[in-house]
Design a protein around this ligand. Structure first.
Ligand SMILES: [Zn+2]
Ligand SMILES: [Zn+2]
Length: 263
């Protein structure tokens, strides 16, 4: 009997309660039990059951594609050609980007692209944590380690877009990266002009479209600081370029960027 008591105590430490003569361990409230029964944790993509706190099943997680192989040191574009490869791609050589480098640990394909899409367009804010875990891998990239980053700056959304979507995906990601790195999030940038959707525009058109779209809020202390821009996906780099150039004009010592993925 004493043994049984000890055994029971072990479960009590995990949290739980009695229900109709049964001990339900590992839960704190009846609501939590009902929630798990009615809405068990499942993969956000394929609906297969997952462990509590996981939004992807092991199958989907296993299909996530890391960026591997040679790429441009500045914009991280993968190189397709044979060795010897240059340090930077032709684009970065001919048109020196305003940012020092843009880092992403994953390719924006398959599972990664789908999770970003669910997060951004289907309002699944809870996926910010999963995406920030992937960003944390990029944070360890040698290009971001030295000089040390002073602050995280989310790419802003135009107020109209913010109202429509209900959240700025870059800000949510920056807050999650802050939780993993303790780097401060400072909302330095403001979108001062609506640029419409960029998705159908080519790089040059995007750059032109973004001219004058961003401004620096006064008094946010970017002078002589090493800042890290945060966004979801790097595609043409036009958004990062526009943000980086206003930050450089405002006196930032360096502007690097971290995104979940590289398109
Ligand atoms: Zn899955
Ligand atoms: Zn490049």
């Amino acid at each position: 009997m004493a043994r049984f008591g000890e055994w029971l105590k072990r479960f009590e430490r995990l949290g739980g309660f009695w229900l109709g003569g049964f001990w339900l361990g590992g839960f704190d409230t009846l609501g939590e039990v009902l929630g798990r029964v009615l809405y068990p944790p499942h993969c956000t993509l394929c609906l297969v059951g997952t462990r509590v706190g996981c939004h992807l099943c092991t199958g989907c997680e296993g299909r996530v594609q890391l960026v591997v192989g040679a790429r441009c040191r500045q914009c991280s574009r993968p190189f397709a050609g044979a060795e010897p490869l240059p340090e930077r791609c032709a684009d970065c050589v001919s048109r020196q980007p305003a940012y020092e480098c843009a880092v992403a640990a994953y390719n924006a394909t398959g599972v990664v692209r789908e999770v970003v899409h669910q997060f951004k367009y289907n309002g699944k804010r809870y996926l910010a944590g999963t995406l920030a875990d992937w960003m944390a891998l990029g944070l360890g990239d040698s290009r971001l380690v030295s000089p040390a980053v002073d602050m995280l700056i989310p790419v802003p959304l135009y107020p109209g877009k913010l109202r429509q979507r209900g959240f700025n995906q870059a800000l949510l990601l920056a807050e999650e990266v802050h939780r993993r790195s303790r780097l401060p999030v400072v909302e330095v940038l403001a979108r001062v002009r609506d640029t419409g959707t960029q998705t159908r525009l080519q790089r040059e058109a995007r750059l032109g479209n973004l001219r004058g779209a961003f401004g620096v809020r006064p008094g946010r202390g970017v002078e002589n600081r090493h800042v890290l821009l945060i966004d979801d996906v790097l595609t043409t780099g036009a958004t990062l370029e526009a943000c980086a150039s206003v930050l450089k004009k405002a006196g930032a010592a360096s502007v690097r960027a971290l995104t979940v993925a590289r398109g």
